[in-house]
Design a protein around this ligand. Structure first.
Ligand code: XMP
Length: 507
């Protein structure tokens, strides 16, 4: 959607580049990542940022930029680290190679409290990560900030080209976001991002691409696929939404998903494949093998139902796209990794028949889009739920009895979180099974029963997570209810492990 007024971020390979995109979006502007060689295809940007990168500008394979083309856009440009050094060379200056790396905090001393440094205090901490340094300044270049040793760390060439040697996008640069914002404010043609405009563009694009073809999409009840199906519906597309119940959903979830879609005016085809899945999983304790069985079977059931789909829509999000793009520098967006047998999808993708309308959005933006599509908050604020469902919360062999025990414990826990106002405060919560029998007393007899683990975490992106300090009274209430009502459980444990080293799920 190059038509959308945006900030083009050119990726020179720094590990922080995706964060620049994220920060710009947090500041209320649309941003997209491009490879430098695609500079001609960035549409009409309102500003351009050249990211950092691991190479030295003097390396024969160092990534380059078409400077005439860059200047031709006539918009403000910010070079970060490698980006700054490259700009200095393009303006006729030089860069000194060095084997020594400067890594860590430094103090920032703006020459004047204006432009990029409007409102920035002296000695503000910024984060450095570079080896090479600027030597001779390029044409029409002035130093606009130095570090504590008086070394230039920020340059300006002419009216609208800026460079910074530090990383404004990382939180260790304490006023980095403000500096980025100040830069964006110099971009007179840059307009704030409005999800309503984006939605309109998306719908126009979908109509144009799809025409009167039928589009198939899989729905799980999760946020992404729900927003996707409702968006297609809103675009007036002939959509076939398929929900595969693999028998690994939570208590009453299949019914809930059907009802939710009914409320949203999207009729879904629900396929009860639970017997098939449980049959295939029977007797298999190995976590990886269980995942493969579930992934393959899911694709089989889905494609058996779909037959010859003309088009397929997927709820791929921007982090999936940029992750795979920066991994292999390919522009093609990738299919989510739990789709193991992807040949058929790849074929459709080659033919341009895979639609990924959410592929430019982050999760919170998908929620915002869902909101503007009229999807109620109780659906949009659902916790993430893994593709393999309860299988990853049931270590060892999966049986219907074990799944039902998990379902009962989980329903009690989740309901209590909702009743006490904790559900929306945590990123994800669930009850799982520890299929180890320990001794307890029931009536007058000793009994040997399983344990359940309660897990509630906060996280920003699921890469790291911390356990939530739930009130002991809430935990006590949940524990009492589970021990009284769920047969097969005589112990309730609360998981107090951070990720890393633990993970959110148990398998
Ligand atoms: P972990 O357990 O790796 O989970 O800390 C991180 C997040 O990913 C979810 N998860 C999955 N989602 N397919 C998915 O679609 C999977 O195989 C899968 N495994 C874990 C998990 O629920 C958490 O939100």
């Amino acid at each position: 959607m190059e038509e959308i007024n945006h900030v083009a971020v050119l990726d020179f390979g720094s590990q922080y580049t995706q964060l620049i995109v994220r920060r710009v979006r947090e500041l209320g502007f649309f941003a997209k990542l491009y490879q430098p060689e695609d500079l001609a295809e960035i549409g009409k940007p309102g500003a351009i940022i050249l990211s950092g990168g691991p190479m030295s500008t003097s390396h024969p394979d160092a990534p380059d930029i078409d400077f005439e083309l860059l200047k031709g856009y006539g918009v403000p440009v910010l070079g970060v680290c490698y980006g700054m050094q490259l700009l200095n060379i393009k303006f006729g200056g030089s860069v000194e190679a060095s084997d020594r790396r400067e890594y860590g905090p430094a103090g920032l001393y703006p020459v004047a409290c204006e432009g990029l440094y409007e409102g920035i205090t002296d000695k503000s901490q910024v984060w450095m990560s570079h080896s090479d340094t600027v030597k001779n300044l390029g044409e029409s270049c002035k130093v606009i900030a130095k570090n504590q040793h008086g070394t230039p760390v920020s340059l300006q060439w002419g009216e609208s080209f800026y460079g910074i040697q530090f990383h404004p996008e990382v939180t260790h640069s304490h006023e980095g976001t403000r500096i980025l914002h100040n830069f964006l404010l110099t971009a007179k043609e840059l307009e704030p991002f409005r999800i309503e405009d984006f939605k309109r563009e998306l719908i126009e694009n979908i109509k144009k691409t799809v025409g009167d073809k039928q589009v198939v999409c899989g729905v799980s009840g999760g946020v992404d696929s729900t927003v996707l199906a409702v968006l297609l519906n809103e675009a007036g597309v002939n959509v076939r939404a398929i929900f595969v119940d693999q028998g690994l959903m939570r208590k009453n979830e299949a019914e809930e998903v059907k009802n939710n879609f009914h409320r949203l005016g999207v009729e879904i085809e629900a396929i009860d494949a639970s017997k098939l899945f449980l049959g295939a999983l029977a007797g298999e304790p190995d976590p990886e093998k269980k995942r493969v069985i579930i992934g393959n079977l899911f694709i089989d059931v889905f494609w058996d139902t779909v037959g010859n789909a003309e088009m397929l829509a997927q709820g791929t999000l921007y982090p999936d796209v940029i992750e795979s793009a920066s991994n292999d520098k390919s522009k093609a967006s990738k299919i989510k990794t739990h789709h193991n047998r992807v040949d058929r999808i790849l074929e459709l993708q080659k033919q341009g028949k895979v639609l990924e309308p959410l592929a430019e959005l982050f999760k919170d933006e998908v929620r915002e889009l869902g909101h503007s599509l009229g999807i109620p908050d109780d659906i949009l604020n659902r916790h993430p739920f893994p593709g393999p469902g309860l299988a990853v919360r049931c270590p060892g062999e999966i049986t219907l009895e074990r799944l039902n025990v998990i379902r009962d414990c989980d329903a009690i826990f989740i309901n209590a979180l909702k009743e006490h106002g904790w559900y929306d405060k945590v990123w994800q919560a669930y009850a799982g099974l520890i299929p180890v029998k320990t001794v307890g007393v029931k009536g007058d007899e000793r009994s040997y029963e399983w344990a359940t683990n309660l897990r509630a975490v906060i996280s920003e992106d699921a890469m790291t997570a911390d356990w939530v300090e739930l009130p002991p009274s809430l935990l006590r209430e949940v524990s009492n209810k589970i021990l009284n009502e769920v047969s097969g459980i005589n112990r309730v444990l609360y998981d107090i492990s951070t990720k890393p080293p633990a993970s959110i799920e148990w398998e």
